[in-house]
Design a binder for this molecule. Structure first.
Ligand SMILES: Cc1cc2nc3c(=O)[nH]c(=O)nc-3n(C[C@H](O)[C@H](O)[C@H](O)COP(=O)(O)OP(=O)(O)OC[C@H]3O[C@@H](n4cnc5c(N)ncnc54)[C@H](O)[C@@H]3O)c2cc1C
Length: 375
């Protein structure tokens, strides 16, 4: 049995804490904030995240029951602002659940598995710290502040009367490319709560820093511009009865050659830059990295071996897909390619389905790339 401290109780930290405590280790789960706490996010729980949750003993029926007031999502609308779009209905359901609720569910699962909770802020990790003496392993799951931020996003909540947001729109996740957001950036509308008289929508934009810096503007202005340029957001905004103040937050999406272990410090989730480099979706990989880091520790007889094994598992389970995602990102140089993608999706239902499932994390990018290149 090892003494382990997990820094950060987001999806990555809770998953690591859950698996390590279940396998008999003495685990302290530390976070700077008491739970429940908010996390700025699109609140999209993709099919892949739903699958990953089952490793923590949370199954689709539990998510449905526990989050019964929130919205199941049965498809994706992918389009260009005021231009072509493709709507793909899927047989698998995703969800939109505010992170205030979702993360608390995972936190409860980790505590029930036997983790000891601690509220404290750890800003710098260096070898002199008591943590190194006190614990056999330090799992760094502090999110983007421990990773390399390379994208930025803004999220707002809008409340709108149910009759102003009707089917087929209300059960779809909407993603719109728009020239003002660069080639890789996009705006989203995710329906969070559609069960009551007032719908709650999560609306935002995400941009990657390489493109954002060239735009020489600020994200709040870009968000406002996107809302006005996109017919759907413009209409919803004008009809909304209440808008929460938008909040900005960075993301740590994939980067080349990530080192995820250093001595007894093992990085997971956003701290290890595991977020999808094309979509910014990171919850599934955060949860799965918690599972795999616990396997690396359980399979190893020494701290050095665990570090080596975690680096290896990272390469096996995450690196290839992240690398292909980065490759696709580098191939998308001009805005017209987004138009081309939507046109292709409208012409070829197989491609439309594959792109939709790739965005939801179920089709690996290396399976998507060859048919797209053939076209
Ligand atoms: C605007 C936006 C929209 C997004 N939308 C989606 C989406 O729809 N779907 C999706 O899958 N992903 C989305 N993501 C990405 C997703 O939020 C992250 O990938 C995911 O939260 C990573 O989980 P994590 O556990 O690694 O980190 P986090 O969820 O960031 O958790 C880190 C934890 O560490 C704690 N912490 C931080 N610093 C310290 C410190 N110094 N000391 C102690 N504790 C600390 C924090 O309080 C937090 O609880 C979005 C991100 C942003 C910014």
């Amino acid at each position: 049995m090892s003494r382990i401290i997990v820094l950060g109780a987001g999806p990555a930290g809770c998953s690591a804490g859950y698996h390590l405590a279940k396998s008999g280790h003495q685990v302290t789960l530390l976070d700077k904030s008491p739970f429940p706490r908010d996390k700025i996010c699109g609140d999209g729980i993709s099919f892949e995240s739903v699958q990953a949750l089952s490793t923590m003993g949370i199954y689709p029926q539990d998510i449905k029951r526990l989050a019964s007031e929130f919205a199941p999502v049965n498809g994706l609308l992918l389009g260009i602002s005021n231009g072509n779009c493709n709507t793909q209905v899927t047989s698998l359901e995703g969800f939109c659940i505010p992170r205030f609720v979702f993360d608390n569910l995972l936190y409860g699962q980790a505590i029930n598995a036997g983790c000891t909770a601690l509220t404290q802020t750890i800003t710098k990790l260096d070898c002199r710290q008591e943590l190194y003496k006190e614990f056999d392993y330090i799992i760094d799951a502090r999110g983007v502040c421990a990773g390399d931020a390379n994208a930025i996003a803004i999220r707002a909540y809008w409340n709108i009367k149910s009759e102003d947001f009707v089917e087929p729109c209300r059960s779809k996740a909407h993603i719109y490319f728009d020239k003002v957001l660069g080639v890789s950036g996009y705006g989203w509308i995710f329906p969070v709560d559609t069960k009551t008289g007032l719908c709650k929508l999560n609306v935002g934009v995400i941009l990657w820093l390489d493109e954002y810096q060239k735009l020489n503007t600020n994200i709040i202005r870009l968000f406002e511009e996107f809302i006005q340029r996109n017919q759907q957001t413009k209409e919803l905004f004008s009809k909304s009865v209440y808008q929460h103040k938008p909040k900005v937050y960075p993301l740590a999406t994939a980067k080349q050659g990530s080192r995820v272990s250093q001595g007894k410090v093992l990085k997971i989730g956003d701290a290890a830059n595991l977020t999808d480099p094309l979509t910014g979706e990171g919850i599934a990989n955060a949860i799965l990295s918690g599972l795999h880091v616990s396997q690396a520790i359980n399979m190893s007889t020494t701290v050095d071996l665990a570090a080596e094994n975690w680096q290896r598992l990272y390469q096996i389970y995450f690196e290839e897909d992240l690398r292909t995602g980065l490759r696709i990102k580098s191939l998308r140089k001009y805005s017209f390619m987004n138009n081309l993608l939507i046109l292709l999706m409208n012409r070829n239902s197989r491609i439309a389905e594959q792109v939709t499932y790739a965005i939801a994390g179920l089709t690996p990018y290396n399976k998507l790339l060859p048919p797209l290149m053939r076209y």
